[in-house]
Design a protein around this ligand. Structure first.
Ligand code: NAD
Ligand code: ZN
Ligand code: ZN
Length: 379
């Protein structure tokens, strides 16, 4: 089969590789019809993780089931399914509680496994013609009848829509509250969408990319352009000097200052400043336990200089981590089915798999207009 292979920093190619197959009786084999490029892929693409050369990338996958293992009961050949980016077993202590981002079975010794991810198990990604799905009965979300027609909406259930929603859950967003979201990338935009679904009264989205901020405005959010600095002051002014009720971090450890230099503690400390006393912060942007490629020594060790004194004084609280996609994807799929949300508005490019290397380069440079790429391996 053809697949997008990681060769080394900023070097990916579409190669002929051995076909994905059923390896265990609980597996399902999916022919991929849509697979997205994600901001998380860029951490690996840029060589900022321990990703091994030769591995297949791609964790935002949707396709048609073409084979099922002997122990699969629920999933049938021909089902159109969306796969959560995290792989769960369904029976460990964390999966039982809905914390499928922290499955204790699929990546022994660590909590959490995923397709095509550094440090999250040996599983191949889905930027390929076929994908092996472990524990298929548990992991496959069977899509409704309009799945084919709304494929670019449903594929967002694999990661960014549930992840944006998770940011608002971690932050505890309630109807009528104000929310500040750092990052107008795909995840931040989905968090803005989720905050609107939850009835937030004021949604402020901070970024330095005008094309992305315009998308936030299209969602009814207030765009905070931090290109010249001053974003913090704008948020304080908009919230009567108190700060927002809730805050979401949707950028991660590669966050930048207005000169586009990486300052890994910037969004976290801005959140402490711009969320009100007793407010809550949800952090879905990725932070790593070590980052040898970072500019400063603290960050190399996976540490940031966090304004803990202010955080404590303000009585703030915080939730962090991978999104437990399965905890939300079924309900969110109903919002798509009944036309309450339409996450495909974020898609800027729909491309054949062969165009993936160029798409990675453009998305990595955050080129204007490259918001979200959906690859179509079948075409
Ligand atoms: N927790 C999870 O389960 C999960 C799932 C998916 C993605 N992620 C992570 O979420 C983060 C965002 O993903 P994405 O796909 O939207 O990535 P992205 O890189 O496309 O978007 C990040 C955005 O943040 C902006 N930004 C940079 N510095 C900033 C600052 N100081 N203030 C405000 N905005 C700033 C960038 O301009 C960019 O538009 C990444 O770290 C990604 O790995 C986490
Ligand atoms: Zn992703
Ligand atoms: Zn599990």
């Amino acid at each position: 089969m053809k697949a997008l292979v990681y060769n080394g920093p900023r070097d990916v190619s579409v190669n002929e590789v051995p076909d994905a197959t059923i390896e265990r009786a609980t597996d399902v084999l999916v022919k991929i019809t849509s697979t997205n490029i994600c901001g998380s892929d860029l951490h690996m693409y840029e060589g900022r993780t321990g990703m091994a050369p030769g591995r297949i990338l791609g964790h935002e996958n949707l396709g048609v089931v073409i084979a099922v293992g002997a122990a699969v009961d629920r999933i049938k050949v021909g089902d159109r399914v969306c796969l959560p980016f995290n792989i769960g077993c369904g029976f460990c202590a964390n999966c039982e509680k809905g914390l499928t981002g922290f499955c204790l079975t699929v990546n022994p010794g660590t909590a959490g496994g995923a397709y095509g991810f550094a440090g999250m198990g040996p599983y191949s990604g889905g930027q390929a013609e076929f994908l092996r799905v472990p524990y298929g009965d548990f992991n496959c979300l069977v899509l409704p009848r309009d799945a084919e027609e709304k494929e670019n909406d449903y594929v967002m259930l694999s990661d960014i829509l549930p992840t944006g929603y998770h940011a608002t859950e971690l932050a505890g967003v309630q109807p009528g509250e104000s929310v500040v979201i750092y990052g107008a990338g795909p995840v931040g935009l989905m968090a803005a969408c989720a905050a609107a679904v939850k009835g937030a009264s004021q949604v402020m989205v901070v970024d330095t990319h005008k094309d992305r901020l315009q998308l936030a405005e299209r969602l009814g959010a207030i765009a905070i352009d931090d290109t010249e600095g001053g974003g913090v002051d704008m948020i304080m002014e908009l919230t009567g000097g108190k700060g927002a009720d809730r805050g979401c971090e949707c950028v991660g450890y590669q966050c930048c200052n207005m000169h586009r230099e990486e300052v890994p503690n910037l969004t976290m400390n801005n959140l402490v400043q711009t969320v009100k006393a007793t407010g809550r912060i949800g952090v879905v942007g990725v932070f790593l336990p070590e980052d040898p490629g970072a500019a400063d020594t603290l960050a190399k060790q996976g540490r940031i200089a966090f304004d803990f004194g202010q955080f404590w004084l303000k009585g703030q609280s915080m939730g962090t981590g991978q999104a437990n996609v399965k905890a939300y994807n079924r309900q969110l799929s109903r919002l798509i089915e009944h036309d309450k949300v339409k996450p495909s508005w974020i898609v800027s490019h729909e491309l054949p798999l062969g165009d993936a290397p160029g798409a990675y380069a453009n998305f990595d440079q955050r080129k204007s207009g490259w918001t979200k790429v959906v690859l179509k391996p079948g075409r």
